[in-house]
Design a binder for this molecule. Structure first.
Ligand code: F0G
Length: 465
């Protein structure tokens, strides 16, 4: 039985019309887009679930902040407002604004990673993995084995496999591990949360071997909500205190603020120790690549709305509503016994396309098959989180096989209503009923060398080939 939808803790004062093309038009549009959903025009999409990043609806307080943003090149008041908010929430000694998450990675990773080094994570997201490789190092994923079975329900499926992580550290030599990255929530594993205990234990190992622990904090507020809901001992702890404890285990954090801070653009880089000599190099990299360190590639109005969004994103009523949307959607799939990464994570539904299209092998990209079908079925834009996204081995250029073949419905914050969620569920059910009729997947006809999924061209493989 579908769970009850948690009503919006806001009302809507501005609307953006969307239109639905006909099925025939959508078939034509996706063909013209070379079956790559990133090539579609936004205006040809009805419900856009490509990402929850930068697609959020700002509040009237944030829009008011846009008008009061201070556009001084150096030392603007919006910068100081952002510093006050970020210091209050994360308790770090140095905060650097940047234009988005990957900018924080670009500024920080080359300072810690070089050729011959490794970075270990509970799971890297695509751009984070790319920045490890661009710095010359190699990424190693180390998520707990429970995460690899989408139908296996347990709490904190995003956790680091601590034993495996220590084994890798010893195998490669602690001096060769440039960085450990704890991604909260674990996006690639389905927005699955990481427990406080796991963060604490990971930090203990990092200290033991003197390795820097970076928190990839894009969805830190959703992670904190899961800890409060599901981890023993935290039910009565305010979200803000949970966040302080989570961040106390990291040495640094890199954050895409386009997610949990509910803005359209922004990022942060934090260093716990205000006397850490790396800060000088962070400032230098930032000045040459992002902009002066008091604006970091953002306009004053962005800094202002980000400072306000930091507090809105950790509001417990909001987090309850957001998590309620996910639970509502997931329960509709449960009713139809459709597999997804369960229990549902924090920012979207990751449908198990390997299960739905068991006849289609990883190198014909089942996650992409379902993504294309969802667009054709209902004008819903999603993305593959599977072998298509993972790409090729940087050393051998062979297609890698991902642990999962997911199609991700990433839910923008404060944007879609209950009836949109009903449309999503109905579309998935309709496709699952005709899934057996789709015999083959896609081949790649052109791809760039790195982060190929954004730009590649694909073509359907004919069933008789
Ligand atoms: N880290 C994680 C865990 C992310 O999910 C993302 C972005 C980034 C870093 C990079 O941040 O986009 O601001 O540069 N994820 C988006 C997504 C794009 O769709 O999941 P960015």
């Amino acid at each position: 039985m579908a769970v009850k939808y948690v009503a919006e803790p806001f009302r809507i004062k501005m609307v953006e019309p969307i239109k639905m093309l006909t099925r025939e038009e959508r078939i034509q549009k996706i063909k013209e887009a070379d079956y790559n959903l990133f090539n579609l025009k936004g205006s040809d999409v009805y419900i856009d679930l490509l990402t929850d990043s930068g697609t959020n609806a700002m509040s009237h307080h944030q829009w008011a902040g846009v008008m009061t943003g201070d556009e001084s090149y150096a030392g603007g008041s919006s910068y100081y407002k952002l510093l006050d908010a970020a210091t209050d929430i994360f308790n770090y000694g140095y905060i650097q604004p940047v234009h988005q998450g990957r900018a924080a990675e670009k500024v920080l990773f080359p300072l810690l990673l070089t050729k011959g080094k490794f970075a270990i994570s509970n799971m890297f997201f695509d751009t984070t993995r790319a920045h490890v490789i661009l710095a010359g190092a190699r990424p190693i994923d180390c998520v707990v084995k429970e995460a690899k079975d989408p139908s296996y329900r347990c709490k904190f499926k995003g956790n680091m496999d601590i034993e495996k992580m220590e084994k890798i550290i010893l195998e490669k030599g602690p001096e060769n591990i440039g960085l450990i990255v704890m991604t909260i929530t674990n996006n690639s594993a389905g927005g699955q949360p990481v427990s406080m205990k796991n963060m604490r234990e990971t930090a203990d190992i990092c200290k033991k071997y003197n390795i820097t622990l970076d928190i990839d904090a894009a969805r830190y507020a959703e992670n904190a909500y899961f800890i409060k809901r599901d981890e023993e001992g935290y039910q009565n702890t305010p979200i803000k205190e949970i966040i302080k404890e989570m961040f106390s285990y990291g040495d640094m954090f890199t954050m895409s603020a386009k997610k949990d801070t509910i803005v359209n653009m922004g990022g942060l880089l934090g260093v716990k120790d205000k006397n850490d000599p790396i800060i000088l190099n962070i400032k230098a990299n930032c000045i040459s690549m992002e902009g002066f360190f008091t604006y970091g590639g953002l306009s004053g109005r962005d800094l202002e709305s980000l400072a306000i969004g930091l507090y809105e994103g950790i509001d417990e009523n909001y987090l309850k509503y957001r998590s309620g949307q996910m639970e509502y959607l997931a329960s509709k799939l449960d009713d139809e016994k459709i597999a997804y990464q369960a229990p549902i994570g924090g920012h979207g539904l990751f449908v198990d396309a390997k299960n739905m299209f068991s006849q289609i092998p990883y190198n014909e990209y089942p996650g992409q098959v379902l993504a294309v079908e969802l667009y054709i079925e209902a004008g819903i834009r999603t993305c593959d989180i599977g072998s298509y996204m993972l790409g090729n081995d940087p050393d051998t250029n062979e297609q890698l096989e991902a642990d999962f073949e997911f199609t991700r419905l990433a839910i923008p914050r404060r944007v879609y209503t209950q009836s949109h969620f009903d449309i999503m569920a109905e579309a998935i059910v309709a496709i699952s009923e005709r899934a057996h009729e789709i015999k083959r997947g896609y081949k790649i006809t052109w791809e760039p060398p790195i982060l190929r999924h954004f730009q590649a061209s694909l073509a359907p493989i004919e069933s008789n080939s």
